[in-house]
Write a protein that binds this ligand. Structure first.
Ligand code: PGA
Length: 252
């Protein structure tokens, strides 16, 4: 079922102490909030997942991973598998973040394999995608987004979509302070739903949660979240401060 989601992607920030502190602050700040059909998620680094999960127990905060390797196990130095994540209590994995695509060469084809591994392990993914500035300038943004979805996700059966959350993140808006306007976000989210409906059916399209990401902050969150096809946000910078992240949760 379509849910509202506010997810904080901590990226390569927060050591163990800072992780514990931020979870503690968020635990407190979300305690009294009534979060009907709304999920609050944070994604710390791999090494701090266990500490975060421990501190988030019996709270409103879900702890998820920022990435994962597609193989079950084996000679992949430095990598982490779905099984390993599952064994410490992770249920959701972010995949395809633009920083993974840009700095670590993750392609649509690789991401399709990672998505398969997520689903084989009965996990959920927050699947990220979005166009570059030059794509938008050349008015190619719809085509780029369509091909990212097609290549990364459209091989799935309709039933698999229960385990998929989408995060549309225009690359030009990530960490730049420049946000897509609420209208631009709504336009793209409606387009995404329309191509999912075409590929699958209205039920799948209506039930998938589509988050917007890219410089969401307390000052703009409410307006972006008020758009009918925007189901929440994937937040980077503003997720690192309890006060800001809490304000964004309240905005939803
Ligand atoms: P930002 O990052 O909120 O700092 O722009 C968003 C993201 O990378 O998910």
């Amino acid at each position: 079922m379509r849910q509202k989601i506010v997810a904080g992607n901590w990226k390569m920030n927060n050591d163990k102490d800072a992780t514990k502190k931020l979870i503690k602050q968020l635990r407190k700040s979300t305690k009294k909030l009534s979060l009907k059909n709304t999920r609050v998620i944070v994604a710390p680094t791999f090494v701090n997942l266990s500490a975060a999960i421990k501190r988030a127990k019996k709270s409103k905060i879900e702890v998820v991973a920022q990435n994962m390797h597609q193989a079950k196990n084996g000679a992949f130095t430095g990598e982490i598998s779905a099984e390993m994540l599952k064994s410490i209590g992770v249920k959701t994995v972010i995949l395809g973040h633009s920083e993974r695509r840009t700095y670590f060469g993750e392609t649509d084809a690789l991401l399709a394999e990672k998505v398969n591994a997520v689903l084989e392990n009965k996990l959920e993914t927050i699947f990220c995608f979005g166009e570059l500035l030059e794509d938008r300038k050349s008015e190619n943004h719809f085509a780029v987004v369509e091909s990212q979805l097609k290549n990364g996700l459209f091989h799935l059966e309709a039933s698999a979509w229960k385990h998929i959350v989408l995060a549309y993140e225009p690359v030009w808006a990530i960490g730049t302070g420049e946000t897509a306007s609420p209208e631009q976000a709504q336009e793209m989210h409606a387009f995404i739903r329309s191509i999912i409906e075409k590929q699958y059916n209205k039920d799948v399209a209506d039930n998938v949660s589509i988050l917007y990401g890219g410089s969401v902050k307390p000052a703009n969150a409410e307006e972006i979240f008020s758009k009918p096809d925007v189901d929440g946000g994937l937040i980077g910078g503003a997720a690192l401060k309890a006060e800001d992240f809490t304000a964004i949760i309240k905005a939803i």
